[in-house]
Structures are given as C-alpha cells and as structure tokens.
Write a protein that binds this ligand. Structure first.
Ligand SMILES: NC(=O)c1ccc[n+]([C@@H]2O[C@H](COP(=O)([O-])OP(=O)(O)OC[C@H]3O[C@@H](n4cnc5c(N)ncnc54)[C@H](O)[C@@H]3O)[C@@H](O)[C@H]2O)c1
Length: 274
C-alpha cells in the first residue's frame, strides 16, 4: 500500500455504509484523516436490492475509529439538498473544516430505454448525477469560503466512457459525472481545488451481488463485457476489489496528484484501451 499523509484533514464520504464507500472511509482513516461517513441508510423505490443500512453506517464509523481516527456518521440522502446542506454544516460544526469530498453513493437498475418507467429514470439521475452535484456544491462553497484548497473525487464508471446496454440511464448519469467533474475543475481551480473522477470496471460489492440476485446472471455476464484485457471477471467472483478503487481515490485526494484535475481515471483492467 502506498503511504499518504492526511493527518489533520477531514474526508466526507457519501454512500459509506458498505461497498466501495466503506473501503474509501477506511483508507482515508488508515492514512490519518478523520472521516464523515454518510449514507441514505434505507432502501428506495426503484432499486430491487438492499442499499446500506444505518447499522452498517455505524459499523463503518467504528472501523474508522479502529484506525485511531474520529468518525461522524450522518444519514443523508444525496438527492435531497436540505439534507446534504445540513450534513455539511454538521461536519463543519464538529471538525471545523472539510478537506476532501468523496462522491461515491450510487445505484444501478436495469431496463432498456424504450421500456423504462419515469420513476426509474428519475431516481437514477437524481442519485447518480444530482447526488454528485449537491455535495460538490455545498462542500465546494466551503472550500471557496475557507480559502485553503480542497479535493473532490467522484465515482463515474466504465459506463461513463461507453454505453452500457440495458442501463442507458446509468450510462447517461455516469457520462454526466465526467462533464460535471470537468466543469467544476475549471470553476474551482482558482481556489486550489482539484476535482477528478474515477471510472471503475465491475467491482465486487453488495451492488453487484444484489443486482445479480435481482436481475439474473445474464445481466452480470453482460457487465463483464465492460472489463479486461486483464482477466478480472468471472460470474463466481466478479470484478476487481473495492480497495483497488480506494487506492485511486487516495492518490487523487493527495498532494502527489496536485496538478491532476478534471480527469476521469479508468481503473478498468485495461478496458478503455480496447
Ligand atoms: N460495483 C461496481 O461494479 C461499480 C462499477 C462502476 C462504478 N460503480 C459505482 O461505484 C459507486 C459505489 O458503488 P458500490 O459498488 O459500492 O455499490 P453499493 O450498492 O455496494 O454501495 C452504494 C452505497 O450508496 C448508498 N446510496 C445509494 N443511494 C443513496 C442516496 N440516495 N443517498 C445516499 N447514499 C446512497 C447505498 O446505501 C450504499 O451504501 C457507485 O457510484 C456505483 O455506481 C460501481
């Protein structure tokens, strides 16, 4: 593991109850940051698998504390501006500042675009795109007012780079995250804020097991087309590990990447070179 020094810094992570968000929170803590762990903590209307729970969110907070760092757990729905704004204020009241925003929360649902109902489209765009903008807006405002720089890292996907058939709303949202990232990078550069995204291939998390249970192995196999040439995919043990994405988050959150801004970094086992 590469060593980073985030001591004295505070990271704010969305979707931290389990999966990649929990891993990111643990990684920030291992490298010395205090961590605000946030998650919706309950299931939603259109997602047919279990999202994170409030108990899992509390467990993530304990894992951060096990690393010797302070944790603050807040239930936040990233689709709701009032909740996001209140959570950012609570984090600043508790720690005095935020240095890093990790926009990780997300959902996946499967439907061809011509069959899709409006609720499925809306929930996807609200969660995976608006849910990146709202924390960026409120933490970004704090970065501007504080005048001491900052880092924003958001999770796009290989579906942010090419089409994912059967998930056009997900593809649109994840392409949107890259557009948002580039624009924010330009708007916040004068405040010394780096804004980047990560584009993972399939990652072995509760999202993938839940999606497979809900929609079947054929859907999982079709996601396997969004990876390689490194052979990281089989239906028994699909994809790369959450920690592979956390390592990219750590680098993009560190001063080692100080002149990197506005990019979508593929962590995709070579997929985007195909
Ligand atoms: N797993 C993959 O194969 C894969 C690949 C590429 C990109 N991604 C992206 O990575 C990110 C993390 O996914 P994961 O694999 O850890 O999924 P996951 O389902 O295991 O975890 C996602 C977390 O986000 C939370 N969440 C969902 N909606 C929320 C909302 N409205 N407000 C706050 N929290 C909310 C969930 O409760 C859950 O804890 C997502 O943005 C996802 O789209 C995943």
């Amino acid at each position: 593991m590469v060593e980073y020094d985030f001591s004295g810094q505070v990271a704010f992570v969305t979707g931290a109850a389990h999966g990649q968000g929990r891993s990111h929170a643990q990684h920030y803590a291992k490298h010395g940051a205090d961590v605000v762990v946030t998650d919706i903590g309950h299931n939603t209307e259109t997602v047919p698998y279990d999202l994170g729970t409030s108990d899992e969110l509390d467990e993530t907070a304990s894992l951060v504390e096990d690393e010797g760092q302070n944790a603050l757990a807040i239930e936040v729905d990233v689709r709701e501006e009032s909740q996001v704004e209140a959570a950012v204020e609570e984090a600043i009241d508790e720690f005095g500042h935020i240095d890093i925003l990790a926009n990780n929360a997300g959902i996946v649902t499967i439907s061809d675009l011509v069959e899709m109902d409006e609720a499925t489209w809306d929930e996807m765009i609200d969660t995976n795109l608006k849910g990146v903008w709202l924390p960026s807006k409120h933490v970004g405002k704090h970065f501007v007012e504080r005048g001491d720089g900052g880092k924003i890292v958001s999770t796009s996907s290989t579906a942010g780079l090419v089409a994912s058939v059967g998930a056009g709303h997900y593809t649109a949202a994840k392409h949107g995250v890259l557009g948002l990232t580039k624009t924010l990078a330009l708007e916040l550069a004068e405040y010394d804020v780096n804004v980047n995204a990560v584009c993972p291939t399939v990652v072995n998390t509760p999202m993938i097991s839940g999606m497979t249970e809900a929609y079947g192995e054929e859907v999982l196999a079709s996601m396997g087309e969004l990876t390689g040439p490194f052979n990281v995919f089989d239906t028994e043990d699909p994809g790369i590990e959450a920690s592979d994405i956390s390592e990219a988050y750590m680098w993009l959150s560190s001063e080692a990447a100080r002149y990197v801004t506005g990019i979508g970094l593929p962590v995709d086992a070579g997929f985007s070179s195909k």
